[in-house]
Every structure is written in structure tokens, then in C-alpha cells.
Design a binder for this molecule. Structure first.
Ligand code: MRU
Length: 351
């Protein structure tokens, strides 16, 4: 039996306008902003109104469509120059999630093909929509794969938000919980609040509650205690970039969870689409880690929680070495004991 559950969406494209859920306002205000320019999309990515690796990429795809729609000239060379600038603007927004660059490359291939400005506009909109539709189906398949390995009789722990609002729909790490809710199956989820900007506390709890999933919020520092006391059965997280040796960059705090999970012998899964694999980056140390503003740590909602001039180090992501990862759950199955060799084998079977 399937139940109709409400899985929230991060973005929608309707009548040449991008409607974007402003995640900065969640959970208090559920507001879709209407974006009409590529500059607005770039600002929305930088300020975390839209966030999560796949959703950043999808927003950038629609941002390129908006840039194309704004072109007034019939000169295709001039039009393509405008798009080079739009692409550069989007590429500068956030460095770590590789999906952004993967989408921009897919869009670039369409730009190369266009022979007229009209064709350019059509090709870009179609590609952005195709990326969106593909992502929903990919996330659904990741959810199905995850359901094969996650325990239902013990709670599962997650961090950040690798959910529906971080993708086109369903999410990666949260996809199994949404699918289970649709089928009337029960999961108990513990969500780390995810300092400094609370993607776990503000977004994951809200999103899972929309779907009717049983979710309990903890602070990040409670994770080890909760793993032991609540007998966590598995940890599942998303990814922003996966290096060729299986090292995973994801939200800051993921590495600590992986170390704790190892200490307790708890399976540690990464749920990720193939678009998050960066086969050109050899190992985790080569991944560029975004550093964000000090005020994300010094203040909460503009209220000081530390001296205003204290030194701050604010990396948005960390790298979990592949040895700590039980398996990477993709839309094409699970890569167990990720390493350069197992990734190579997995990708060669897909060819
Ligand atoms: O800084 P954010 O909120 O964009 O970080 C998001 C994450 O780290 C997610 O786990 C990752 O992007 C995967 S989203 C399916």
C-alpha cells in the first residue's frame, strides 16, 4: 500500500521563472521566491537560500536558462559571450560541490550546439528541465538501494540535509525515509543539528516531519553518546564531491561521525548520485574546501554567541577517508569498501 506523503521541493520551473524555496527562512517561513535573473540565482546559491550539491547544480542550470532568456540580440556569437559571463558568475558561487560544475559542463555542451539565439534558449531550458527530471529519478533509485541495507529495527543517524530540498525530490541520504513513509513503513531517524547553520535542525527535521518520518534532533556533540545509548544501526550521509579513491567531502562533522561509527562497528553509508563523483580529483586532500564567513559561527540569527572579534575557522565541509566508509549508495548500486580499485571496477561495469 502507498500513502500520499508531502515531500517538499526546493525548486520549480514554471513559465520561464524559477521558483526557489528560500531555505534560509525555514522552518518558520515556507516561501518560494520568484527568480528572474542569473545574478539572483548566484546570490541565492552563495547565501544558502538553495543548498545541497544536486540542488545547487539544478539551480545553476535554470540560472543559465534565465541568462539565455535575457539575451536581446540575434547575434549568436554575442549571445554566447553573454553566457560565458553567466557561467563564470555561477562557477564562482561555491567551490566544493562538484554537481555545480557537472551541470555547467552539460549546459556548455548545449551552448556549443546552438546555431541561432532562439535555438540556444530552447536547448538550455530543455537541458535544465532534463537535469531536474533525471535527478528526481536518480534520487528515487538511490532511496531504493538504501532501503536494501538500512536497518528498520534500529535508529539511523544522519547529518546536514541531504534531503528532498537538497535535490529535485526525495534527496539522497533521506530518500529511503521518504520512500518508506510512502509505503507506510517505519524508520526512526536521529538528525544532528549541524552547526554552524543548522541544516539538520532547521531543514532535515522539518522535511522529515512533512513526510511523517519519526525524527529526533540532537546536537552534533551528542553523536557518540547517542550511537551507544540509542543503539544506532547505521549512519547515512550525503556527499558534495567524491574523489577517485573514494574519499568523500561532505558537511563539516561527517568525518567525526565516521570515526565514531568505526569505533562502535556501526555501518557508515554515503548516499550519492554519480554526478557527485569527481574522477579527475585523485584523493580527498585535493578537494577544495569552502571556508565561510566567521559570523556564521560568532552569531546565531544576528545574536552574538561569541566575542564579535574572536578568531574563527569555519570550513563548511570535511573529508572522510574511504577506509571509514562501508559503502557508497548510488543509483546504480552500492560500492562497498570504496577505493581507487573498487571505483574503477564499478565505473568500468557501467560503460
Ligand atoms: O553547505 P550545504 O548545506 O550545501 O551542504 C550540503 C551537504 O553537505 C549535503 O550533505 C550534500 O550537499 C549532499 S545533498 C544531497
Amino acid at each position: 500500500m502507498t500513502t500520499k506523503v508531502s515531500v517538499p521541493l526546493s525548486l520549480k520551473w514554471e513559465e520561464d521563472t524559477l521558483y526557489l524555496l528560500n531555505q534560509q527562512l525555514l522552518p518558520g517561513i515556507v516561501q518560494y521566491e520568484n527568480l528572474k535573473t542569473v545574478e539572483q540565482v548566484a546570490e541565492a546559491i552563495t547565501s544558502l537560500k538553495v543548498r545541497g550539491a544536486p540542488a545547487i547544480g539544478l539551480a545553476a542550470g535554470f540560472g543559465m536558462s534565465l541568462a539565455a532568456l535575457s539575451i536581446q540580440t540575434d547575434d549568436i556569437t554575442e549571445a554566447k559571450e553573454t553566457l560565458v559571463e553567466a557561467k563564470e558568475l555561477l562557477a564562482k558561487t561555491r567551490p566544493t560541490a562538484v554537481n555545480l560544475f557537472w551541470v555547467l559542463d552539460r549546459i556548455e555542451k548545449q551552448i556549443q550546439q546552438a546555431a541561432s539565439v532562439e535555438e540556444l534558449k530552447t536547448l538550455l531550458i530543455h537541458e535544465a528541465i532534463r537535469l531536474y527530471v533525471e535527478d528526481e529519478s536518480v534520487c528515487h533509485r538511490i532511496g531504493e538501494e538504501a532501503l536494501k541495507v538500512l536497518p528498520k529495527d534500529k535508529p539511523v543517524l544522519t547529518i546536514c540535509n541531504a534531503g528532498s530540498i537538497a535535490t529535485a525530490k526525495y534527496g539522497t541520504a533521506l530518500a529511503p525515509f521518504h520512500l518508506a513513509a510512502e509505503r507506510g513503513e517505519f524508520f526512526s531517524v536521529y538528525a544532528c543539528e549541524t552547526r554552524p547553520v543548522f541544516q539538520g535542525g532547521r531543514l532535515t527535521t522539518w522535511e522529515l516531519m512533512q513526510s511523517g518520518v519519526d525524527v529526533t534532533l540532537i546536537t552534533d556533540s551528542m553523536a557518540g553518546h547517542v550511537m551507544r545509548e540509542k543503539e544506532i544501526g547505521a549512519v547515512i550521509v550525503g556527499a558534495d564531491r567524491i574523489a577517485n579513491n573514494g574519499d568523500v567531502a561532505n558537511k563539516i562533522g561527517t568525518y567525526t561521525l565516521a570515526l565514531c561509527a568505526k569505533a562502535f562497528g556501526i555501518p557508515f553509508y554515503v548516499a550519492s548520485p554519480l554526478s557527485t563523483f569527481d574522477r579527475n580529483t585523485l584523493k580527498g586532500e585535493d578537494i577544495v574546501i569552502e571556508e565561510r564567513s566567521a559570523d556564521e559561527i560568532r552569531t546565531i540569527n544576528n545574536t552574538p554567541v561569541a566575542p564579535s572579534n574572536v578568531n574563527v575557522y569555519n570550513p563548511a565541509f570535511d573529508v572522510t577517508p574511504s577506509e571509514l566508509i562501508t559503502g557508497i549508495i548510488t543509483e546504480h548500486g552500492i560500492i562497498y569498501t570504496p577505493s581507487e580499485e573498487t571505483l574503477e571496477e564499478f565505473f568500468s561495469l557501467l560503460k
